[in-house]
Design a protein around this ligand. Sequence first.
Ligand SMILES: N[C@@H](CCC(=O)N[C@@H](CS)C(=O)NCC(=O)O)C(=O)O
Length: 199
Amino acid sequence: MKLFVNTTSPFVRLVRLAIEEKGIADRIEIINVDPWADLAEFISANPAGRVPTLVTDDGAAIAEAHLILRYLEEIAPQPSIYPAEGLAQSLATAALALGATEAATAVIIGRKSAPNFDTDMVGTKRFRTMTDGLARLDAALPRDFDDRADIGNLAAVTALDYIVFRYTDRDWLAELPNLAAWRERQKGRPSIEKTMPYI
Ligand SMILES: N[C@@H](CCC(=O)N[C@@H](CS)C(=O)NCC(=O)O)C(=O)O
């Protein structure tokens, strides 16, 4: 299989965290692309030109992180990232984290064409989503990875690290003492360290 990625995308990271936790990295060739560069092979796999995009050994091209996660769960069911026990709570945690992640990427993309994006109506709502989403995670922490790796904590570490990485003018962790301590406890986990975003 092939996975089109870049090194910054939180949606890519979510998928790569699942790949690492499921122990299937050796089955997947990683192809780094610039999603804005319209590389022919990439666009042919995903006309939206967005990472992550997975191409299976049978040639099926699957875009959208959640659809890729669904496929990974099928080909490598254990360890499951959607365990039945406490599933609703894990999905609720993931929903908060994904809302914050979507908002954070929307601002980065919005700035490309609208210089005042941060302060317009949409940008203001996206920042509020990030702030409130992380505050709610701080008030109701995800499980530790040592307990289990599930969609909730995969999405939470993805959201937190991405926002800290992209929005450096604010000390997010100082405002989120519980989440900061939670993040500290996850340090050293191979899946997390291997997939940290960078430019
Ligand atoms: N809903 C998609 C979002 C993917 C996405 O927005 N990827 C960004 C990188 S973070 C991208 O490739 N952007 C290029 C573009 O918007 O054209 C998913 O869950 O995979």
